[in-house]
Design a protein around this ligand. Structure first.
Ligand code: GLA
Length: 732
C-alpha cells in the first residue's frame, strides 16, 4: 500500500523520464494455487513477468525480471499487461484508439493500484493506467476467486478528451506466458455438430479464434479454449489454462507466439466492424475474460471452473433443476389443446416435474405452423389454443405437472404482423435484399423500444400466468446485413450495432431477472449457438445441441464439461440415434434430464424402465449437479467412455460408462481407477437403471475400500451386451 502511494507520488514528481531510477511496482494477483505477477519497468509501463504456480515467498517475485533477458531490456514490447497501439509498441494491441483530433497514438503508464477484499474469498485488484499526453485512462480489473483458483479480468476505458474518442480495438485481457511449447485446444462446429475439439501446437505468428456472426455467435466456434504449457495436458497431469469470454456476441481471441517463443494472449469483443465512439467522461467496460490454471491437468482445472460457476455465476447454480417432458420432437408445430392435455398426462405418468410447450403456440394472421411465419406475433394461436396459455397452465397443474414455454423473442419472420408494423425494428440493410437464416431476422436490440418489446413478451406471459415455471429462450439466426435504423435515426454510428445489440440483450435480461429472479430459464440458440458465462448470469441452464443422438452427446457433453458444470447442461431422451432407450436415458442423466419422445409409443417395459429412471435420477441428481466430475476414460481414445461424479464429502458417487465403438466388442475388460473417493472409507456399489428383466453383472454384496477402488479399480462391465452402465457408489 505504502509502496504504491510512494510510487504514484514519485511518478507525479519525476514523470516518466528515462533517468527515473525507482523501485519497480510489483502486483501479484493471487489465488490459492496460482499467481499472475505484474511489474512496472523503468518507464512505468506495466508488464507481466510471471504466470503460474504461486511462490511461498512473494518477495522473490522481484527476482524474476532480473533473471530474464527476454523481459528486461526490450521489456514491454511483448509482455505488456495491456498493450497500447501507435507508440513504442509494435505488436498486436489490446487497446487501439483514435483521439478526438484524429491522432492514433496511445501510451499507457502505470499510475496506481488498489486491492479491495469483497469477502474472505473474493478480491478485486484495480490498476489505473494513463496516457501521459491524451486524456485517456484505462483501469484493469482482476477479480480473484481464491479457493476456486479463478480469475475474472476486464478493463474499463475512459476518456476525458473534449471530442469523442473512437475505440478501434478494446480487449478484455492481455496475458503473457513463458513456456517451452504451447498446445491450444479449440472447438469448431455448426448446427447439431457442436464442440468438436482440435488440439494444435502453436507456432510463430498469430492464431485467431473468432466470431462475426452477431446473434447466435457461437454457431461455428465458442469463446472457450484450453491451453497446455510445455506439453499437452491430460486429465490428471500437466499445466493447463481453461479460458472463456463472458460475452454473447462477436469475440476475438489471439494467440501470438512471439520472437522469444513466449505466448501473448489477447481476448475480447471482436473489433470487426465495431469501432466504438466514446464521448467525453464516458466509460466503456469490456466483458470479462475468465480463466483458471492448474498444474495437475484438465480435470482439476475444470473442477475449478465448475466450483466457481455454481457458486458465483450460473443463476441458482447451487440450487436444483426440474425434469421435464418437451413436445418439440413429439409434435413439432402440430398440436392443439386436447393433444397437449394428453401430453401433460404422459408427463405425469413418466414422473417428470414439468411440461415444456415448444414452438408453434402463437400468431394468428400468419399462424406459426412452420418456421416460415408468425415469429414476432406473440399472441396465442386461437385455432390451436382457443382458451389460451392460462388454460394450459391450469390443465397441467390439474394433472399434477408444472408448465413451461418456448419463446424466441429476439427474432422475426418477414411473414408476420410485427414485421409489417415495425420494419424499422428489424436488422437489415435498407438497400439490399434480405438474407435469412431459418426464414427469420434478428430484431434491433440496440433500440430501446425493441428492448421494451422483448421484455414485454416475457412480462406479459408471467403477469398473465404467474405459475409459468420454465422458459426456453431460443435464438435461431445469425446477423446478416448488419444495419440499425434506430442508430441511423438517433445519429449514432452504425459500428455500435454488434456491441449495443448484446448490451441491449443484457438490459432486457437484467430487468427481467429483477422482477422474476427465480424462474428456470434455458439458454438455447438452435442448439449450442450461444453459450457463455455472461448469459448464464441470467439463465439456469443451456441447450448444448439439437443433436440428441446419445453417442454424439457423449462426446459433446464431454467437451462442454471442461467449461460448464452438469447442472447447467440440458440433456433430453429423444428418438435420435440408434441406441436403445436405456443408453439414451443413461446419457441424458449426465445433465438436467428431460424427455422429448411420444410417451404413449413406449411399450410396457420401456415405460416401466423410464419411470424407474426418473426416480433413480431424482435420488442421485444432486451428486451430478453439485459433485466433482472426473472424466475417467476418454471416448476419443477408447472403445468406451467413463465418467464419475462424487460428492465433496466423498460419501456418494455415480459412475457412468458407455460403449462408443465396438470393433472388438471388448468394452471395459480391465478395471477403471476411480477418483474422488476417500481411501479410508468403505463403499458398496449398486447398479442403477437396469432394464426390466435384465440382471446386473456387478456383485452388489461386495464391499470395497476407497483405496481399492482408486488403486486397483472397478470394472463396470460395459461391453456389446451391456452398452451403458450406471453405478451408484455409496459410503457405508
Ligand atoms: C430450435 C431449438 C429446438 C426447437 C426449435 C423450435 O431449433 O434448438 O430445440 O425449440 O428451435 O423451432
Amino acid at each position: 500500500m505504502y509502496k504504491h502511494i510512494f510510487n504514484s507520488v514519485l511518478l507525479a514528481i519525476i514523470g516518466t523520464s528515462s533517468f527515473a531510477q525507482h523501485a519497480p511496482t510489483i502486483i501479484p494477483i493471487e489465488t490459492r494455487q496460482n499467481v499472475l505477477v505484474l511489474q512496472t519497468d523503468k518507464d512505468n509501463h506495466l508488464g507481466i513477468t510471471y504466470f503460474g504456480k504461486k511462490l511461498s515467498q512473494p518477495t522473490e517475485y522481484k527476482l524474476i525480471l532480473s533473471q530474464s533477458r527476454q523481459l528486461d531490456g526490450n521489456a514491454g514490447i511483448y509482455n505488456s499487461a495491456y498493450t497500447p497501439a501507435g507508440t513504442w509498441n509494435v505488436s498486436e494491441p489490446a487497446l487501439q484508439v483514435t483521439h478526438g483530433d484524429g491522432n492514433k497514438s496511445l501510451d499507457l503508464i502505470y499510475v496506481s493500484h488498489n486491492t479491495a477484499k469483497e469477502n474472505d474469498n473474493v478480491s478485486l485488484t484495480s490498476i489505473v493506467l494513463k496516457d501521459p499526453v491524451y486524456a485517456v485512462e484505462v483501469t484493469l480489473f482482476y477479480k480473484t476467486y481464491f479457493q476456486e483458483n479463478v480469475v475474472e479480468q476486464w478493463s474499463v476505458i475512459k476518456s476525458e478528451e473534449k471530442k469523442p474518442v473512437t475505440l478501434e480495438k478494446y480487449a478484455s485481457a492481455n496475458l503473457y506466458f513463458i513456456a517451452k511449447d504451447y498446445y491450444l485446444t479449440h472447438y469448431n462446429g455448426t448446427w447439431a455438430k457442436e464442440m468438436n475439439p482440435e488440439e494444435e501446437q502453436l507456432t510463430a505468428g498469430i492464431r485467431v479464434l473468432d466470431s462475426k456472426l452477431g446473434t447466435r455467435a457461437n454457431l461455428y466456434q465458442p469463446p472457450t479454449f484450453s491451453l497446455s504449457f510445455d506439453k499437452p495436458a491430460t486429465e490428471t497431469e500437466g499445466k493447463v489454462l481453461l479460458g472463456t469470454l463472458a460475452w454473447s456476441g462477436n469475440f476475438k481471441m489471439e494467440f501470438e507466439v512471439d520472437s522469444y517463443h513466449n505466448l501473448r494472449l489477447l481476448a475480447g469483443i471482436n473489433p470487426y466492424a465495431s469501432e466504438y465512439p466514446l464521448a467525453s467522461k464516458q466509460e466503456f467496460k469490456t466483458p470479462s475474460f475468465i480463466y483458471t490454471f492448474s498444474e495437475n491437468g484438465k480435470g482439476e482445472a475444470s473442477r475449478n471452473l465448475h466450483n466457481w460457476a455454481r457458486k458465483y455465476r450460473i443463476l441458482d447454480g447451487e440450487g436444483t433443476r426440474m425434469t421435464l417432458l418437451n413436445n418439440w420432437e413429439a409434435t413439432y408445430f402440430d398440436f392443439n389443446e386436447n393433444k397437449l392435455s394428453e401430453l401433460f398426462k404422459d408427463g405425469k405418468k413418466l414422473g417428470v416435474d414439468l411440461f415444456l410447450l415448444d414452438d408453434g403456440w402463437f400468431a394468428n394472421k400468419y399462424p406459426r405452423n412452420s418456421d416460415g411465419s408468425g415469429l414476432g406475433d406473440w399472441q396465442e394461436n386461437v385455432k390451436k389454443l382457443p382458451n389460451g396459455i392460462g388454460y394450459l397452465v391450469k390443465e397441467a397443474q390439474k394433472t399434477g405437472i408444472k408448465f413451461g414455454i418456448w419463446v424466441e423473442p429476439e427474432m422475426v419472420n418477414p411473414k408476420s404482423e410485427l414485421y409489417e408494423k415495425h420494419p424499422d425494428w428489424v436488422i437489415k440493410q435498407p438497400q439490399r435484399p434480405e438474407h435469412y437464416m431459418r426464414n427469420q431476422l434478428p430484431l434491433d436490440l440496440s433500440n430501446p423500444e425493441v428492448q421494451d418489446f422483448v421484455y414485454g413478451i416475457l412480462d406479459k406471459l408471467f403477469t398473465e400466468n404467474p405459475d409459468i415455471a420454465y422458459i426456453k429462450w431460443d435464438c435461431n439466426a445469425t446477423t446478416f446485413n448488419p444495419y440499425s435504423a434506430y442508430l441511423e435515426k438517433s445519429k449514432q454510428a452504425q459500428s455500435k450495432l454488434y456491441v449495443d445489440y448484446v448490451k441491449g440483450l443484457y438490459k432486457v435480461l437484467e430487468k427481467l431477472r429483477a422482477k422474476y429472479p427465480k424462474v428456470l430459464m434455458m439458454l438455447c440458440s438452435g442448439g449450442g449457438g450461444r453459450v457463455d458465462y455472461e448469459a448464464l448470469k441470467y439463465f439456469t441452464e443451456f441447450w448444448p445441441s439439437d443433436n440428441t443422438d446419445p453417442l454424439e452427446r457423449i462426446f459433446m457433453q464431454w467437451e462442454y464439461s471442461y467449461f460448464f458444470p452438469s447442472i447447467a447442461l440440458s440433456a433430453h431422451v429423444t428418438d435420435w440415434g440408434k441406441q436403445p432407450l436405456k443408453f439414451r436415458t443413461d446419457v441424458a442423466m449426465m445433465g438436467r434430464l428431460g424427455y422429448d419422445i411420444v410417451v404413449s409409443h413406449l411399450n410396457e417395459k420401456d415405460l416401466q424402465f423410464s419411470q424407474q429412471a426418473v426416480a433413480h435420477y431424482n435420488a442421485v441428481k444432486d451428486v451430478i449437479f453439485q459433485g466433482d466430475l472426473f472424466r475417467l476414460v476418454d471416448p476419443k481414445k477408447n472403445d468406451y467412455a467413463a465418467l464419475m461424479y462424487a460428492t465433496k464429502s466423498k460419501s456418494k458417487a455415480v459412475l457412468f460408462a458407455y460403449l462408443v465403438g465396438n470393433r472388438n466388442g471388448d468394452g471395459s475388460d480391465t478395471p477403471i481407477r476411480l477418483e474422488g473417493l476417500d481411501a479410508s472409507k468403505n463403499y458398496k456399489v449398486k447398479e442403477l437403471n437396469l432394464y426390466p428383466g435384465t440382471k446386473s453383472a456387478i456383485r452388489e454384496d461386495q464391499v470395497y475400500s476407497g483405496e481399492y477402488l482408486m488403486t486397483a479399480g472397478f470394472n463396470p462391465v460395459v461391453n456389446a451386451r451391456r452398452t451403458s452402465v450406471v453405478i451408484e457408489i455409496e459410503a457405508m
